[in-house]
Ligand binder design. Sequence first.
Ligand code: ATR
Length: 291
Amino acid sequence: MNEHLPESGRIDSHTVLYGVIGDPVRHSKSPIMMNRAFQETGINGVYAAFHITPDKLADFVAGVKAMGIRGVNVTIPHKLDIMKHMDHIDPGAEAIGAVNTIVNDNGTLIGYNTDGIGYVRSLKEEAEPSIEGKKIVVIGAGGASRGIVYALAGERPALITIANRTEDKALELARALRGKAEARAITSEHLKEACRQADIVINTTSVGMFPKTDESPVDASWLKEGAVASDLIYNPMKTKFLQDAESAGCRSHGGLGMFIYQGAYAFEYWTGRTAPAAAMRETVLAALQSG
Ligand code: ATR
């Protein structure tokens, strides 16, 4: 569908449309990242950010079909509500209960979730090549946690331990993983002990995110030396949790890679081409560093 390349990267009458929807959406780095990917691969596509409020979601979906928008990323607060507008939902997204990527296949809308697989690809490429047999502690049991624990479950870890401020949500998530991986929920009194034994400790909460950068979800001194401390937050790129973990002799893994790879998978679903992940990362990094 992208065989007609525009002259010197310009938009022409063959250009295929893509975009991200959210409320708010103006902070999103997806447009610069995805347009760089199109440019890098010579694909005649253009990607924009659409501010869609919840009451306009159905109209937006009708617009996607009418205009032949090929691909959409879905961010807060639409990841759940968008599901009822899909013609098909990928089993992974169904299990997670959230869609962050839509593929428009000639008017048939298919919903995927690339957050979890994006996270795992980033973790494997940047911090821990093999997750098999590892003991993992996940802090938080919200939407982001759900996506990543499902993806981690597919990597045959020895144990996934979920700790959450609201214990019931951790229990529910651990229960949902039954049959997929060895999983348990713990209360905060047992977090110290779980961290001591863990190979990988992951923060999925917003604790430590800008502007409250002096907060940390866990005492990093509890982690064993050489363990991986991983944070889904990428603003700041190195949270207090990661800084403290490095000081304690741990390896640190920040959230930027997850953002890049969730986008890379979306790009691959839309275009069938390998995403230029290094170029995408370079563009996002430059944007983050220039504020
Ligand atoms: P997301 O999609 O980013 O995961 P979410 O579904 O609202 O957002 O989930 C946020 C997660 O961070 C939850 O696990 C939440 O704990 P609760 O279930 O107890 O609400 C956790 N969280 C947010 N702020 C927190 C804080 N200050 N301390 C501890 N946990 C926090």
